[in-house]
Design a protein around this ligand. Structure first.
Ligand SMILES: *[C@@H]1O[C@H](CO)[C@@H](O)[C@H](O)[C@H]1NC(C)=O
Ligand SMILES: *[C@@H]1O[C@H](CO)[C@@H](O)[C@H](O)[C@H]1NC(C)=O
Ligand SMILES: *[C@@H]1O[C@H](CO)[C@@H](O)[C@H](O)[C@H]1NC(C)=O
Ligand SMILES: *[C@@H]1O[C@H](CO)[C@@H](O)[C@H](O)[C@H]1NC(C)=O
Ligand SMILES: *[C@@H]1O[C@H](CO)[C@@H](O)[C@H](O)[C@H]1NC(C)=O
Ligand SMILES: *[C@@H]1O[C@H](CO)[C@@H](O)[C@H](O)[C@H]1NC(C)=O
Ligand SMILES: *[C@@H]1O[C@H](CO)[C@@H](O)[C@H](O)[C@H]1NC(C)=O
Ligand SMILES: *[C@@H]1O[C@H](CO)[C@@H](O)[C@H](O)[C@H]1NC(C)=O
Ligand SMILES: *[C@@H]1O[C@H](CO)[C@@H](O)[C@H](O)[C@H]1NC(C)=O
Ligand SMILES: *[C@@H]1O[C@H](CO)[C@@H](O)[C@H](O)[C@H]1NC(C)=O
Length: 344
């Protein structure tokens, strides 16, 4: 019994050198080094194969993880990973992959985690990821500029997608096609300038209250009023849009956000009903914006409503009261702002 249980939890970490998989230069088909890790065992057992066919034939265990790291693998060809029916986790990171052909992972039905981070992928074509049962797809730290329509459709089990630190300039829900149920979307550190209408209704589902959406470190200056169309009444767990180029907050959404981070923007004024959207927050999520005085007052009152000590926040932005240009001879506007200030 014990032995059976032990075999069951065996984890194979397969380390494959690149040449046997992506490169069809048969004259140099180098041997493939494979490292097997048994769970709880620190030192790997190495095995060498003549080619990738040998590796694929060898993998028969149920719990298998394949990791290729730091190997010169510029292209992942069609059918490269076909037949690895038991592989649950495939990691090809820092390998200089520029191109993945459609069908490269076809038939890898057990694949749950696919991690291609740190490569040089520029284009995500339709046919690479469609129909996979992957839950967690990591494409961060690539050079992705273009994602084809329906590139991720259907991927009915997809929960997490990470496209952070790429070169994306336009976010489009059309990449996802039909209905999805994502719980985590990462688009940090791209060059996205705006969020379109109806951005998430086919991507996340109103039944799940625990969705996290990250668009920090982009250049977003415009959020469509109907960005959250189709998700009315939903509670989003996190929506981070800090370090962007928002000048005004005019959103008047009918969704709720537990943690809205709008820090490090250029927000001067707040027009939408911010208090209505936010369910729970820290004033830190509003820091580093050039708020005008009445706007600052509104944020302070949000803080007060949550019984958070908010004087530090007001102190930090005290310059709104006395703009340097107007210090000598305050005109009517400045005087009015001072009155607002004194009512804090
Ligand atoms: C691999 O084969 C394809 C088509 O058979 C060919 O276009 C390509 O140049 C080959 N690559 C190498 C590295 O031999
Ligand atoms: C194929 O291998 C030969 C011999 O090492 C090498 O000179 C050549 O550059 C390789 N070709 C490709 C396309 O990788
Ligand atoms: C792969 O290697 C095996 C020996 O391990 C050999 O019999 C077979 O011909 C090789 N296949 C290819 C496509 O090179
Ligand atoms: C994707 O990979 C990056 C780089 O290793 C890592 O920091 C990030 O946490 C991963 N994303 C997810 C969603 O796990
Ligand atoms: C942001 O993305 C660029 C590549 O687009 C990368 O070089 C840089 O390290 C990323 N920054 C962070 C903080 O991850
Ligand atoms: C926000 O929407 C509500 C109802 O939809 C409306 O009554 C209110 O005037 C709107 N506020 C702004 C600032 O657009
Ligand atoms: C509110 O947020 C804080 C930290 O951001 C967290 O500890 C707390 O559990 C949250 N409360 C609710 C009701 O979500
Ligand atoms: C919001 O963003 C700011 C700046 O990046 C950061 O200091 C703060 O911790 C963030 N808030 C949360 C809840 O992550
Ligand atoms: C300050 O912001 C409020 C809304 O937050 C706006 O109504 C008001 O016009 C703004 N004042 C100035 C001087 O821009
Ligand atoms: C008073 O200050 C406001 C706000 O900066 C400015 O728009 C206006 O031109 C000023 N008026 C005079 C008479 O200086």
């Amino acid at each position: 019994m014990l032995k059976a249980a032990f075999i069951h939890i065996v984890l194979l970490l397969v380390f494959i050198s690149a040449s046997g998989l992506g490169n069809n230069n048969t004259t140099t088909a180098a041997a493939i080094d494979v490292c097997f890790y048994v769970e709880g065992d620190a030192s790997p057992v190495r095995k060498t194969f003549a080619n990738s066919t040998g590796v694929r034939k060898f993998i028969t265990e149920r719990h298998v993880k394949v990791e290729i790291h730091d190997q010169p693998l510029t292209k992942v060809h069609k059918y490269s990973f076909t037949g690895m029916r038991h592989v649950q986790e495939l990691i090809i990171w820092d390998c200089g992959v520029i191109d993945v052909e459609a069908g490269a992972f076809q038939g890898s039905l057990s694949l749950r985690k696919l991690d291609l981070r740190g490569n040089y992928l520029e284009r995500i074509s339709t046919g690479i990821f469609n129909h996979l049962n992957v839950i967690d797809l990591n494409l961060s730290y690539n050079k992705v500029k273009t994602i084809e329509t329906e590139a991720f459709n259907p991927m009915i089990f997809l929960k997490k997608i990470d496209l952070s630190s790429n070169l994306i300039s336009n976010y489009s829900p059309s990449w996802f096609g039909r209905k999805h149920f994502l719980r985590e979307l990462h688009f940090e550190n791209n060059s996205i300038g705006s969020l379109p209408e109806n951005a998430f209704s086919n991507v996340i589902d109103t039944e799940f209250a625990l969705t996290d959406i990250f668009f920090s470190f982009n250049t977003i200056s415009n959020i469509h009023p109907e960005t959250f169309k189709g998700l009315e009444g939903m509670l989003i767990r996190k929506f981070h849009i800090d370090h962007n180029a928002l000048k005004i907050w005019k959103e008047n959404w009918t969704i709720n956000i537990n943690e809205l981070n709008i820090s490090h923007n250029s927000i001067k004024t707040i027009e939408g009903d911010l208090a209505k959207i936010i369910k729970n927050h820290s004033l830190k999520n509003f820091e580093h914006n050039p708020y005008n005085c009445s706007c600052l007052k509104e944020i302070k009152s949000i803080g007060d409503n949550y019984r958070e000590h908010s004087q530090w926040f007001v102190d930090r932005y005290a310059e709104c009261r006395m703009p340097k240009r107007r210090r000598k001879l305050p005109n009517k506007t400045t005087v009015r702002n001072m009155q607002i200030w004194s009512s804090f």
